[in-house]
Ligand binder design. Structure first.
Ligand code: NAD
Length: 288
């Protein structure tokens, strides 16, 4: 079938952009794909991997004539990047992003978007703990959700076209409001990552249990639980800097639960522990 956008520019060439490119190629979703990343190493790797038709040495060059521009850099880098490319966008083109946080990204990107160009924020809810140009693969978005967060005044046709783009990449889409998106993602993604980081940090701080033992016996829970702690530090730093309110609120709730469980353990309240684990097992079994 026909491509959804003739020319697509991917800014940032990591796991998310690489997977978009591979999925575009799988089903001819884009006519031509141009890519740009800040580091020369990422650009060279991308040239060798071949998922872009053209790899440009500047963002400005990459967005020339583009019908869709995808901001796929860490969330803290999106505002400055939008400002840099703004004067060079083709009238009528769509700008989108893939950032894990929406309120801050919209506030930092939208003011730079020129008249006649529409910004349609999005967030594919798919990822792995790997990063960089070689981490991407075509099936990453298959049967996953991509949340679309339309901003005021964007014509329905532009939003629908971006949704069609994500459907062709294999994803389902749902529209959501920015604040709600940030709260949902704090629960299902941001806090779990933070807890995984602390789990590794605590294990590393112990003096009575050696790192060798942690690695050797990790199959007992540690390994499954902490897989996501191998994720990119820059990306996750930016998530917590930009989703401050929702993550602090959720962290408060998490801390309360942990204290309640600590109390139940100390007082030997087996009934409470059993009831808690029974309820959470039922919820967890409902996933997958
Ligand atoms: P990544 O680390 O794999 O890739 C980031 C890319 O951006 C690299 O090519 C890097 O060189 C480039 N880059 C960094 N700063 C830049 C700048 N200032 N200008 C130009 N290029 C720059 O990261 P990723 O996992 O692909 O994440 C990209 C975006 O997608 C982030 O905003 C992240 O929040 C979001 N996201 C990630 C996941 C995930 O699980 N990894 C899932 C959904 C959304």
């Amino acid at each position: 079938s026909a491509s959804v956008y003739e020319k697509v520019a991917l800014l940032g060439l990591g796991l998310i952009a690489g997977s978009i490119a591979w999925a575009c190629r799988r089903d001819d979703v884009a006519g031509e794909i141009r890519g740009y990343a800040r580091s020369a190493e990422s650009r060279d790797k991308t040239r060798k991997l071949g998922f872009c038709d053209v790899v440009c040495d500047s963002a400005i060059e990459a967005v020339q004539d583009a019908d869709l521009v995808v901001l796929a850099v860490p969330v803290g880098a999106m505002g400055p990047l939008a400002r840099e490319i703004a004067p060079h966008l083709k009238p009528g083109c769509t700008v989108t992003d893939v950032g894990s946080v929406k309120r801050t990204v919209i506030d930092e990107v939208a003011p730079h978007i020129p008249e006649g160009v529409y910004f349609v924020p999005a967030h594919p809810m798919a990822g792995t703990e790997h990063s960089g140009p070689d981490a991407g693969f075509a099936s990453l978005y298959d049967n996953r959700w991509c949340l679309i967060v339309p901003t005021e005044g964007t014509p329905e046709a532009d939003v629908a076209r971006l949704e069609e783009f994500w459907h062709r990449l294999g994803a389902n889409t749902e529209r959501m409001e920015a604040e709600h998106h940030d709260l949902v993602c704090a629960v299902v993604s941001h806090i779990p990552h933070l807890i995984a980081y602390t789990m590794v940090g605590v294990a590393d701080d112990l003096s009575k249990v050696s790192e060798k033992e942690v690695i050797k016996f990790s199959a007992a829970g540690f390994r499954d639980f902490t897989r996501i702690a191998a994720s990119d530090p820059t990306m996750w730093r930016d998530v917590f800097l930009t989703n401050k309110e929702a993550t602090i609120e959720m962290l408060g709730r998490f801390t309360e639960e942990l204290f309640a469980l600590q109390r139940a353990i100390r007082t030997g309240d087996g009934e409470q522990l059993h009831a808690y684990f029974t309820r959470t097992r039922a919820i967890r079994r409902g996933i997958l």
